[in-house]
Ligand binder design. Sequence first.
Ligand code: ADP
Length: 442
Amino acid sequence: MPKYISEKSFVERIYWLIRLRWVAVVSIILAVSFATGILKIPLVVFPLYAIACIIAFYNLAFFIFIAVQKNRESPGLFLLINKFTNLQITLDLYFLAVLIHYSGGIENPFIFYFVFHMIIASILLSRRASFLQATFAVALFFSIVMSEYYGVLPHYSLKRFISYDQHKNLIYILGVYFVFVSTLYIAVYMATSITKRLRGHEKELRKANELLNEKDRIKSEYVLRVTHDIKEHLAAIQGCIEPVSSGITGALNQKQKDLLSRAEQRTEKLVFFVKALLEITRIKLSKHIEMDYFSLPKTVASAISFVEARAKDKGIIINCQIAAEIDKIKGAQIYIEETIVNILVNSLKYSQENGKVEIVLKDQGNTVLIKITDNGIGIPKDEIPKICQEFYRASNAKAVEKTGTGLGLSIAKQVVERHNGRIWIESDVGKGCSVSIELPKE
Ligand code: ADP
């Protein structure tokens, strides 16, 4: 694999090569049928169709090999796939040469299709390997035309297409061969130069992205330290306010009580905000989240019971439907429960009294879908794409609920993404909101 190609895009390109080969197999069959059936060129069809079958067979084998290897993630895997790519291109060149031999040799204009293989090699392989493949193609072609010239191999002429047997015309052979060789090397030179430059840009972008991630990590560590400090100071402030407001330190007049109660409320909100900030920062910084099998229906039931009192206060009934097939999934149970609680709390917070909240769990084979829907204030359509960003609160929400961290959904997004899941929101202002989470079972 050339140094400038990332492992993921390299595998994607191998799949692209495999797809191209399917197109080539179909094209060979169509071209042979057209040449013999419509143009009435007397080709020896059996070896040509046989070659198409062989190519289809090894293409299938390559496809299975890559699919199996891709999931193994063993060290040295890409070195192995790289060697395999070299082998694929070598085989392609070989069978193209055999195909050319059975269909006119030097007389067949399809000899220039070798150029496509050179371009493919330049994209997938290193420059050195591409030039080696070009040399292999040149040597292969030379041995075929010269063997046909000296009668070592039979010549299958393209009667009706070329009237004169060119395979015995040395001047013609050398002329075509010269153009062939120069075309192949020039194609490799040009394609590898362009690819290298493009990959250079890709590498720079990847580096810039890594740098940004590193800066983000440093910022998160800083936030973690600061919020941790703030949390401790807040706990100390709460510890001081409590004995005073409860009257332990002496009787208070109404004015003092009111002021202390406001201070208590503000501190509580600040503690809540700092805790949320600490949590999202911790999730971001943690490289690994402990995962185990847990019962999703039980987790949902526990989340509902956590918010039940709040729902009752607002006269809201939480309706829950869980598909019978759903049981255990693999994940971080505490985080998933907290995520469901966060979303349910939002549904209650942004719904009118006597509203409706529904939570539905569907089995989707390898994944489960958790959908929480309410008929509350909803989110303006143009704000939905920004709603999971940290600290973002929709314009209509601020009017209903003055305080809010704007962190609940971004924590939910982090948690879901750490589980390789998806979260998305659908909403209409005034009609309600639904938050869907798709989680893999494993
Ligand atoms: P907040 O503390 O503000 O609720 P969240 O991150 O949980 O923070 O939610 C971000 C914003 O998404 C909210 O401020 C609100 O604008 C919007 N939102 C989330 N859930 C709902 C919902 N069920 N109905 C309407 N708006 C919602």
